[in-house]
Design a protein around this ligand. Structure first.
Ligand code: SF4
Length: 353
């Protein structure tokens, strides 16, 4: 059993749910914009937000952002232990540091005292891109092992200083490297693990790589908090992260949408139907399943297994609710008919009625 920990009121590690994180794109020298981005992330369901804190001169801005943030924050710090101290004093309940670049042992002792006094959670994270030549040589060129050794060393340093509230992470842009490094770490220490790839790429490429890496790790029981790292808007990371957890049936955030790929038998334009129905799901309870199917071959069966189903027929669209056919309509009026069915079945959330 892994040790669980609390970042403020946010539980990390089983039995708490696997958490969804992201990292703010806006630099701290724009605190208002930074807060706006954090609010958008929060609205999308982000549970922990990491903020780069690169200069001591930005301390006032960090304080402003952290004190108004609707979600728990983690300050991302490198090279200067004074930044870590300032972040904790600004109210950050978690920091991401690399103890190996935090200066002399006196600095680390001072920082550790404050970490323990403030009950700060420390994420010890190593990325393949920042491994030194000597770390790679020590691991005989094996990047996974170098990541594992680096994080291990840093954890042992913190343990000697009495720091025990730790989350560990080891990332690379390579899936096999990341899987091996995390498997080694999870085998050695019982701290919660933050998982994800680093620099996984843009859009579909980054999404696919992240899904494969995160799912593989979660499937082997490794991972208590995830970040999908994408080149693009930070909210996309949260959407993809939530969908990975939902697809694995680990957590449920939104209604499940089942739709067929459409083939030569289709009676309706499935893609356009999905495009029109998908936005309406926001008003429905997360536990519902909605199916959108193209024809009467597989359509009725799949549609009738869902809470609400829509299937193309030679004369238009057949609607299903709780397993029963409940009427037909023309494709042109599907949005209004869909909302009516949701109302009749009592599915529409209060704020949507
Ligand atoms: S439901 Fe019908 S249209 Fe859709 S893929 Fe299956 S057979 Fe083709």
């Amino acid at each position: 059993m892994r040790i669980r920990t609390l970042i403020g009121s946010l539980g990390i590690g089983r039995p708490f749910p696997v958490r969804v994180e992201s990292m703010v794109r806006t630099p701290l020298d724009q605190p208002e914009e930074c807060l706006r981005e954090i609010h958008s992330l929060h609205e999308e369901g982000c549970e922990l937000v990491r903020i780069a804190f690169p200069e001591i001169g930005l301390a006032d801005n960090l304080l402003k952002v952290v004190s108004s943030s609707p979600v728990e924050t983690m300050a991302d710090i490198h090279f200067d232990h004074r930044l870590a101290i300032m972040a904790i004093k600004s109210g950050c309940r978690s920091i991401r540091i690399n103890p190996g670049n935090m200066g002399c042992s006196r600095s680390l002792i001072e920082l550790s005292r404050l970490i323990n006094a403030a009950e700060t959670i420390v994420r010890v994270g190593a990325n393949a891109g920042s491994l030194s030549r000597s770390q790679m040589e020590k691991a005989e060129g094996d990047t996974s092992r170098a990541l594992f050794e680096t994080v291990s060393e840093q954890i042992l340093t913190l343990q000697k200083l009495g720091v025990e509230r730790i989350i560990m992470s080891a990332k690379s842009s390579s899936i096999p490297v990341t899987l091996k490094a995390n498997t080694l770490l999870a085998g050695k220490f019982r701290y919660p693990v933050h998982v994800g790839l680093t620099e996984s790429g843009p859009g579909q490429r980054g999404t696919i790589k992240s899904c494969v890496a995160i799912s593989s790790l979660l499937g082997s029981g490794i991972g208590d908090t995830i970040r999908v790292s994408l080149t693009g808007p930070s909210v996309d990371e949260v959407i993809v992260g939530k969908r990975i957890l939902q697809a694995l049936e680990i957590r449920r955030f939104e209604p499940e949408l089942i739709s067929c790929p459409a083939c030569g038998r289709r009676r309706v334009d499935v893609a356009s139907l999905v495009e029109r129905i998908e936005p309406l799901l926001k008003g429905l309870p997360a536990e519902l399943t909605v199916a959108v199917m193209g024809c009467e071959v597989n359509g009725p069966q799949e549609a009738s297994n869902a809470d609400i189903g829509v299937a193309g027929t030679p004369s238009g669209i057949m609607l299903f609710a709780r397993g029963k056919a409940i009427g037909a309509c023309a494709a042109a009026v599907i949005e209004s008919r869909f909302i009516e069915v949701c109302k009749e079945q009592g599915y529409l959330l209060k704020n949507q009625i």
